[in-house]
Design a protein around this ligand. Sequence first.
Ligand code: HEM
Length: 207
Amino acid sequence: MIMTPGVRRFALTTHVTASVGWLGAVVVFLAHAAIGLTNQNPQIVRGVYLVMEPAAWVALLPLAVAALLTGVVQSLGTTWGLFRHYWVVCKLLITAGATAILLIYMETFRQMAAVAADPRVDVAAVGNPSPALHAVLALAALLIATVLGICKPAGLTPYGRRIRGESLQPERRSAAATWLYATAGLAILAMLMLIAVHLTGHRPPSH
Ligand code: HEM
């Protein structure tokens, strides 16, 4: 069902507020992560890792879910559709992937908070580079989603072309292939980076 112009403006305002708000929240997390790694005051260092988990529940996760849901509404309620344009499919993959990783990462936040709350653990063992690495990756992914949303680069998926009744011209096929390779490349790169982060042992120190 296509939205009326007024409803569309309202829905778009909600979508941009939620999704770009999520990006801003990630910047704040990156700032906290940097403070946790560099600050010399033990209370501040412990406090940073203690506050990350509740702050993620209150800000990061609701904004991530809101960005995903409002994005789907914005796609289905307009002629953009959910699977007709490569840029929309890319945003869906980026947002759904980042939200899923965040959900899994909530347990890591919980573990880091438990370590920070334990007075037997030396403050040197409380500092953990994992939140900074994850925040940088999330920031890059959300910046790509923002650029895609604003630039809306051309490129119809095979499904989008079928809806429009267009045949697949050779030059369009190569544009479609470029999009597909770019998306697959980005997804693989993100996965490799995450695997590397976990394999290099950037986990909360155990005690
Ligand atoms: C964190 C992730 C996201 C960010 C930062 C983001 C950002 C934006 C921005 C800034 C716009 C406004 C562009 C403009 O009209 O000039 C926009 C529009 C749009 N976004 Fe997103 N978005 C995100 C996730 C999603 C997702 C997951 C979907 C779909 C599954 C989506 C679908 C759309 C659509 C269809 C529009 C155009 C709406 C219209 O023309 O009325 N977005 N997005």
